[in-house]
Design a protein around this ligand. Structure first.
Ligand SMILES: Nc1ncnc2c1ncn2[C@@H]1O[C@H](COP(=O)(O)OP(=O)(O)O)[C@@H](O)[C@H]1O
Ligand SMILES: [Mg+2]
Length: 262
């Protein structure tokens, strides 16, 4: 059976909350796709630059990056660089992105700056993954407009469902306000600790409410996922046999399946 798969797909990893596993998921999914032979571009839209640093870039490697491309008209081709992972390129994030929302608000076509900036290189990649900052500001709006799909990573804590409902409504408002933007590809439960009742309880509530939209894969708490970035390594290079690596291999397969079914 030949698998039907579209190429040139852009995925945004979105949640206005921090610490829910956006960056870990963006980096690990990007690396998982690259390991399967896909050409992948990871775009780091967070001022912390965590995705870039996780892939072994140092602070001096962060410029020129996404900020220079979006805010200063820098050519994207000169800002994208190869990571140590074969097939995985990165457009770095940096502190300069901290003022991006303000700077973008004065620009013409302020919601489509990222889409326009990415256009020249998109065809060179099977997947472009956008790691968003923890807000629904203009950078995230740009990411939702530039993407075909979005993924929401979420930790199954108390109040997670309420936060998710609000986030989905906010994304819907953005979609309604500006026409075609990304469609939901899935909700990803992250930092799941099966020893805790809350994981099962809240995870179950989210599955009941959102049904098939929730990925079957649950990313479990795994210390290797926390350690790998400090070595500048992806989870697959740090410990391919870890639970974290297994979870993100499963997620990669599920994402490929979902995208091919759309
Ligand atoms: N499954 C996991 N197990 C253990 N630690 C994790 C896991 N996912 C993320 N982390 C850690 O939790 C913190 C927040 O994750 P991160 O991906 O940076 O979230 P976000 O980008 O949403 O702020 C980081 O220190 C990261 O290493
Ligand atoms: Mg992050």
């Amino acid at each position: 059976m030949t698998e039907k798969r579209k190429s040139g797909i852009t995925l945004s990893i979105v949640n206005n909350k921090g610490g829910v596993g956006k960056t870990t998921s963006a980096v690990s999914l990007a690396a998982g796709l690259a390991a399967g032979g896909q050409r992948v571009l990871l775009v780091d839209l967070d001022a912390q630059g965590s995705a870039s640093l996780s892939l072994g870039l140092t602070r001096v490697d962060l410029h020129p990056g996404a900020a220079e491309v979006l805010l200063e008209g820098h050519q994207i081709r000169n800002a994208v660089r190869k990571s140590l992972v074969p097939g995985l390129d990165i457009l770095p994030g940096s502190m300069k992105l901290a003022s991006a929302d303000l700077a973008l608000s004065d620009m013409k076509g302020r919601e489509t700056v990222l889409k326009t900036a990415l256009a020249p290189v998109l065809s060179e990649y099977d997947f472009t993954i956008l790691d968003c900052p923890p807000s629904l500001g203009l950078l995230t709006v740009n990411a939702l407009i530039a993407a075909d799909y979005f993924i929401i990573p979420l930790t199954p804590d108390y109040l997670a469902l309420e936060g998710l409902v609000n986030l989905m409504e906010a994304v819907e408002r953005i979609r309604a306000g500006i026409g075609k933007t990304a469609a939901p590809l899935g909700i990803l439960l992250t930092l799941c600790d099966n020893r805790l009742n809350v994981t099962e309880e809240i995870g179950g509530m989210i599955r009941k409410h959102y049904g098939r939209l929730v990925f079957k894969t649950e990313v479990r708490v795994n210390v290797c996922l926390k350690e790998a970035p400090s070595f500048g390594k992806t989870i697959f290079d740090y410990d391919a046999a870890s639970v974290g690596a297994e979870c993100y291999r499963e997620l990669t397969k599920e994402v490929l399946r979902r995208v091919s079914e759309q």
